[in-house]
Ligand binder design. Structure first.
Ligand SMILES: [Zn+2]
Length: 120
């Protein structure tokens, strides 16, 4: 198996619902997002997927989140836009464009991240 990964970034505000603590107050993050593609077969250029294509499609999805208040977006309306929900959202949107997508990891801080992937 091969696995490739690309990284991209977005900045946004959010607050958590049904949560007691600092994160119930609106605050911002500079999120790093990693998109993983897996596969066994390579194309004629011996690559799994062009990094440029993967990064372009990932950035198209992240543009819908960048410099937004995530709580106000239809995708998260009435929901707590946690890193878990954000990773699942990015996965579902990017999967429409990149069928070999295997996992999305969303880093909320330099040491804490959440990944979303489909069970086998
Ligand atoms: Zn937060």
């Amino acid at each position: 198996m091969y696995e490739i990964k690309t990284q991209a970034f977005f900045s946004a505000a959010h607050h958590l619902l049904n949560y007691e603590g600092e994160c119930e107050n609106q605050h911002g993050h500079n999120w790093m997002v990693e998109a993983f593609v897996r596969g066994e077969s390579l194309n004629k250029s011996n690559i799994l997927i062009d990094y440029k294509v993967l990064k372009r499609e990932l950035n198209n999805v992240l543009e819908t989140l960048d410099h937004k208040d995530l709580n106000e977006l239809p995708a998260f309306k009435g929901e707590s836009p946690s890193s878990e929900m954000i990773s699942a959202y990015i996965y579902s949107k990017l999967k429409e464009k990149i069928v070999q997508l295997n996992k999305i990891t969303v880093w909320e801080t330099q040491t804490s991240c959440c990944s979303y992937f489909e069970a086998d």
